[in-house]
Ligand binder design. Structure first.
Ligand code: UGA
Length: 441
């Protein structure tokens, strides 16, 4: 099949490259000329394991190409995926859907044949119906445009695997069983033929809500364990053992019970806020008000980490050096959007500490966002002269740090584990005081 993918962020680039990998002919579209140039050269503009190899291979094979030209895109295919961003609006909780709307308003008038526009972005429920109206309004006479919704569940760091072997495919259409469903299924046919997964066909509103509900549930699960971890700290209990124990109940499950600095990134935090805002607009504001608590539990963990660091420094951060290991919002990503690690480093620095940040992949993005923080080129360099070592993102290389090597360069012997990921016994055996969020023991 021939198809376009609008938006070349994490979602769009992964989708375009993977669709080509499945054998389709793909045209990626973006308004950012510089990004398009890099993609044309087969270069992924962000860190995502496994994606550069696929993109390079498919660019070389000519199965994926990139353009900024909407007219070329309109001409290229009758199936258009939309994966542009829906960021949080400035000063508000609601999502900004203007980028998705712009794509439809600019593309529809250029279409010369009937087309299917498939939204993949995370949007407030009701957006697809509005996009249908925009498409109807802008499409030339005689050209029928149909909007479908096909939410994306990929995780950064696992984007390729999540796209090529999804848990499920959700397709929202106005008429289930009709030709639009058939077209969208066609895009996934190579997956469904070789390694089938459940396909849920539903209406547009349900498809939109599936995605925000999934992210809200994941955020709630993380905040649940983090709330329990506050009690564990107060009671002298261990949240990691507790999470193992409750997670063994298959109705609960251990995944996303990782207590620590909580969730960040470009999705979970903004999605729960947008969900609350949209529920309010629909008159169901009470239904989602618990998400406000989910959000504040999450933000409290960051402050707790700063308090722990202050305690570790004898009550005063001025004049102290703290190595902050991690800047990305999670490992295997260079994404620093709403990163708990950088937020904590920023707070430490505002309170007078010298926070020295190291991350294996996210240093450039971190420097661009927080230019005034100090940065190091390795974990050991960050630990040089540090009074406290704080692990904020659970990169594998931090878990493998040799306590003896850190002991040789650090000033203090205090390890603060913000992700409950470090081998506590090894550090204690090397003479370090080990403290972690949610482990009062
Ligand atoms: C999330 C969802 O997991 C994806 O399914 C979804 O497609 C994506 O958002 C999206 O909407 O595009 P992602 O933001 O890549 O994916 O990251 P997650 O793996 O969900 O992690 C989110 C945050 O939660 C990270 O900061 C992570 O450190 C934190 N987390 C995760 C915890 O604090 N504890 C856990 O147990 C798990």
């Amino acid at each position: 099949m021939r198809m376009t993918v609008f938006g070349t962020g994490y979602l769009g680039t992964t989708h375009a490259a993977c669709m080509a990998e499945l054998g389709h002919e793909v045209l990626g579209v973006d308004v950012d000329e510089a990004k398009i140039e890099r993609l044309r050269a087969g270069e992924v503009p962000f860190y995502e394991p496994g994606l550069p190899e696929i993109l390079r291979r498919q660019v070389e094979a000519g199965r994926v190409r990139f353009t900024t030209d909407y007219a070329e895109a309109a001409e290229f295919a009758d199936l258009h995926f939309i994966g542009v961003g829906t960021p949080q609006r400035k000063g508000e909780f609601a999502a900004d859907t203007s980028y998705v709307e712009d794509v439809v308003a600019r593309l529809a008038p250029l279409l010369t044949a009937d087309a299917v526009l498939v939204g993949k972005s995370t949007v407030p429920v009701g957006t697809a119906a509005r996009l249908q109206e925009i498409a109807d309004w802008h499409a030339p006479a005689g050209v029928h445009v149909e909007v479908a919704w096909n939410p994306e569940f990929l995780r950064e760091g696992f984007a390729v695997a999540d796209t090529l072997t999804p848990d499920r495919i959700v397709i929202g259409v106005r008429e289930p069983g009709g030709p639009v469903e058939e077209t969208v299924r066609g895009a996934y046919a190579p997956i469904l033929d070789s390694d089938p997964c459940p396909v849920i066909v539903t209406d547009l509103a349900t498809a939109e809500l599936v995605k925000v509900s999934a992210n809200a549930f994941l955020a709630t699960k993380i905040s649940f364990i983090n709330a329990v971890s506050e009690v564990c700290e107060a009671a002298g209990a261990d949240v990691t053992v507790l999470a193992d124990a409750i997670g063994m109940d298959p109705r609960i499950g251990r995944r996303f019970l990782g207590a620590g600095l909580g969730f960040g990134g470009g999705c979970l935090p903004k999605d729960i806020r947008a969900f609350m805002a949209r529920a309010g607009e629909l008159g169901a504001d009470q239904a989602m008000s618990f998400l406000r608590e989910v959000d504040s539990i999450n933000m409290r963990r960051r402050e707790r980490m700063v308090d722990l660091a202050t305690e570790a420094c004898g009550g005063m951060l001025i004049g102290k050096t703290i190595a902050v290991l991690g800047a990305a919002f999670k490992p295997d990503s260079d994404d620093v959007r709403d990163s708990p690690a950088l937020n904590v480093a920023g707070m430490l620095s505002l309170k007078g500490a010298q926070a020295v940040v190291y991350d294996p992949q996210a240093l450039d993005n971190a420097r661009a966002l927080f230019p005034t923080l100090a940065y190091a080129d390795s974990a050991i360099e960050a630990c040089e002269g540090a009074d406290v070592v704080l692990v904020a993102t659970e990169w594998a290389e931090f878990l493998e740090l040799d306590p003896a090597a850190v002991t040789a360069v650090a000033r203090g012997r205090i390890m603060l584990d913000g992700r409950n990921c470090m081998p506590a016994d090894d550090w204690r055996a090397a003479g370090w005081t080990y403290r972690a969020l949610g482990r009062g023991v």
